[in-house]
Structure formats: structure tokens, C-alpha cells
Design a binder for this molecule. Structure first.
Ligand SMILES: [Zn+2]
Length: 389
């Protein structure tokens, strides 16, 4: 008879397994190097590695002779390892990505469709079809599905989605899970997940930053101490409704003078007199004065709102994504100027950077919901593999 492992020993093993997986996210390493990176003994590393190899989560390279000491066999995440699926509902597209545990992309797809008037059943059916077609092509086991939506999510229910109202009051993750015959689908707001993609599996913007995307609205994901800050009910990061002019332009939220009405993509296109983002980008590339001044005015407005945010939470960096990433060079000088004037911690200037993930940040963050859970709670990873799921 095998006695069950006592709870505290299981917790220690889980903690060690987590350290090992995190160490491997920094790159392939031999057992000896992993012992060094984690502070675990070589014997402990060897015992942890064995089930990961057996379940094809890790793979072992051929012997490498470095010329020093004994030849070693680097371990890395396996090409055949199970994968996480990220999905995204955007106002104007649906996207799916298939990611390995180390964040490597196995497959990615996007279809441009207008989702503003689509209902939840239609969205779920289209997402399920897209996910099944992409994941069937990748021929690997699935670790789970994460979903990004253009709205606020509280306890699994979409509570606010001004641009895709068909999602409101819907437990969209549960509906998609049922359609895919998965136990669960984790769901969160698009800006939060875009921010998460800059934290997991690699820190792309440090430990304390705000990710800001300009699309139909302005969304922000706040990362403090390496963790996403969602607030009490998921509304943290509603930067678009920071008031920059108390008796200013009326806003969709019922208030006046929200920054979205000055620096949102719709406001910029209206000021520039351009019908689409592509037309604006073309005009900016040609140096058209009206377009440059529309973007400059938006930069000043955005910078003004960011000053309030940074003076409250003192983050080190602002990362601009979404449509802002596509005209960053024209937008950044005015944002920079506003930050330099308004941020009180002026001795340590706030960094201003364009998102290295571009258009893919949101959908990659949706996959990161799954890969992060698997690395931080690795026992669930092994259980899933053992049950053949
Ligand atoms: Zn507003």
C-alpha cells in the first residue's frame, strides 16, 4: 500500500517544481546549472526533472562538451509539450494563438470582422470554430484556454462592455468552455491581458509599469511589483475616463472631459479628418500638418491623464500599445513633454516605450493566463498530463 504524501511535503515539492520551471524560462540548462539557478540540490533537481521528461513537458539535448568538467545535457521545454490557447474578442477582429509553456508561438490566426452588434452565442460559435481549426493543426495536447474581452470582467461575468454590448452580463468563459468541452476558460479584460503579456513568461517592461492601448476606447493595465493590479471589482486601469477638463466634452460614460474624448482613436481620426487608422498612418508618413497636430494634441491629453495616474501609483514606465504603437513616433514627444512637466518624481524620469508585442499583446496575454497558472501551480500540470487531458 502506498501512503499518501503529507500535505507539507507536497507543498515543498510544488514550490521546488515551480522554481525549476521558472528557472527554465530563463533558457535551457543542465541539471547542475538548474541546481545553481534554483538553489536546490542536484538530487532534488534530478527527481523533479524525471516526471517532466516522462510527460514530454521537457526534453533533453544530446551531450554537450563544454571543455570544462563533465559533459552536460541541457534541458529545455519540449517542442511536443502541451500548449496553451489564447483567444481574443476585439471590436473589429477575433484572434487565436497557440503558445508553448515558454511563450514560443506554435500557431496564430486572426479574422477581421465587426463584432459591435454580435451576440454572445454568435461570438462563442465563431471563437470555438477558430480555436478548433487552429489547435487541430498544431496536434498537441491542450493545457487550457484563456480569453480576452473588450470589457470589464468581475467573477467571470462581463459587467461592462460599451463597444460589444452583446457580452454584457454573460459568463462568456463558461459558454466557451461548454462549446469546447473544456473544464474552464479563464477570461479577463483585454488591457489587463496585454499588460500580463509584458510580464509573463518574460518581463518586457520591468516590474512596475502601466500598459496603455488606444483603440475605440483607452484601456490600461497596471502592473505593480510584477503583478497585475485589477482593483476591488476589476475596474482598475479605466484610464480613458480620467477627467482632464471638468466641464469638457461629454463622454459615453455620462461624465464630461474624459481623456478618451481627446486621445481615443475616434477623437484623433475626427480631428485629423481621416476615416481609418490606415489613412491616418499614411498621412502621418507624408507629414500632413493636420494629422500631426491632431496626434500631438492627443499626446498632450494622454500625457495629462497619465500624470495623474503616475502621481498616484508611481510606476517606472509607460508602455504604449494598440493603435498608439502604430504611430508612437508621432505621439510620444507630446506625451513625454506632459510627463516631464507634471510627474512629481521628476528626479527619476518615467520611461516611455512602445510595446514590443504590437498587435499581438492581447491574445498572447490570454494564453499567458494559462501558461502562468501551469508554471505557478505545476502539480495541476502533471495531474492534467497523467489524466491524459
Ligand atoms: Zn468617460
Amino acid at each position: 500500500m502506498t501512503l499518501p504524501t503529507p500535505v507539507h511535503l507536497r507543498q515543498v515539492r510544488d514550490g521546488n517544481l515551480q522554481s525549476l520551471l521558472l528557472a527554465l524560462l530563463d533558457g535551457p540548462a543542465s541539471r547542475a546549472e538548474l541546481a545553481q539557478r534554483t538553489g536546490l540540490t542536484k538530487a532534488t533537481v534530478a527527481s523533479l526533472v524525471e516526471p517532466l521528461l516522462r510527460h514530454h513537458i521537457l526534453t533533453e539535448d544530446p551531450l554537450v562538451n563544454t571543455g570544462r568538467g563533465r559533459p552536460s545535457r541541457p534541458l529545455r521545454f519540449s517542442e511536443a509539450a502541451p500548449v496553451a490557447i489564447g483567444a481574443e474578442v476585439n471590436v473589429r477582429h477575433l484572434a487565436v494563438t497557440v503558445q508553448r509553456l515558454d511563450g514560443a508561438t506554435v500557431a496564430e490566426t486572426r479574422i477581421d470582422i465587426d463584432n459591435r452588434h454580435r451576440d454572445a452565442d454568435d461570438l462563442v460559435a465563431r471563437l470555438a470554430e477558430l480555436i478548433e481549426s487552429v489547435s487541430a493543426a498544431s496536434v498537441r495536447e491542450s493545457l487550457g484556454v484563456g480569453l480576452a474581452v473588450p470589457g470589464i470582467v468581475h467573477d467571470g461575468t462581463v459587467v461592462h462592455a460599451p463597444n460589444v454590448p452583446g457580452l454584457i452580463d454573460i459568463r462568456i468563459g463558461d459558454r466557451l468552455a461548454a462549446a469546447l468541452r473544456q473544464p474552464t476558460v479563464a477570461v479577463d479584460n483585454e488591457a489587463n491581458l496585454a499588460a500580463l503579456a509584458h510580464v509573463w513568461p518574460r518581463r518586457l517592461a520591468g516590474d512596475d509599469f502601466v500598459y496603455v492601448s488606444g483603440d475605440v476606447g483607452i484601456g490600461a493595465g497596471i502592473v505593480l511589483g510584477g503583478d497585475l493590479f485589477r482593483g476591488r471589482s476589476g475596474f482598475a486601469g479605466e484610464l480613458g475616463h480620467v477627467i482632464i477638463e471638468r466641464t469638457g466634452r461629454p463622454c459615453t460614460c455620462g461624465g464630461h472631459g474624459c481623456v478618451e474624448q481627446y486621445a481615443g482613436l475616434h477623437a484623433i481620426l475626427t480631428a485629423a479628418g481621416r476615416p481609418t487608422l490606415e489613412a491616418l498612418r499614411l498621412a502621418l508618413a507624408q507629414g500632413q500638418t493636420q494629422d500631426l497636430s491632431a496626434v500631438d494634441a492627443a499626446g498632450t491629453a494622454l500625457g495629462t491623464a497619465l500624470v495623474s495616474l503616475i502621481n498616484v501609483c508611481d510606476v517606472a514606465t509607460v508602455v504604449l500599445g494598440g493603435s498608439y504603437a502604430t504611430f508612437f513616433d508621432d505621439l510620444a514627444p507630446a506625451v513625454r513633454a506632459a510627463l516631464d512637466v507634471g510627474v512629481l518624481a521628476a528626479r527619476r524620469p518615467v520611461g516611455l516605450a512602445v510595446s514590443p508585442l504590437g498587435d499581438n499583446a492581447v491574445v498572447r496575454g490570454a494564453a499567458a493566463l494559462v501558461t502562468r497558472r501551469c508554471c505557478l501551480a505545476p502539480e495541476s500540470l502533471l495531474t492534467a498530463m497523467a489524466s491524459g487531458r
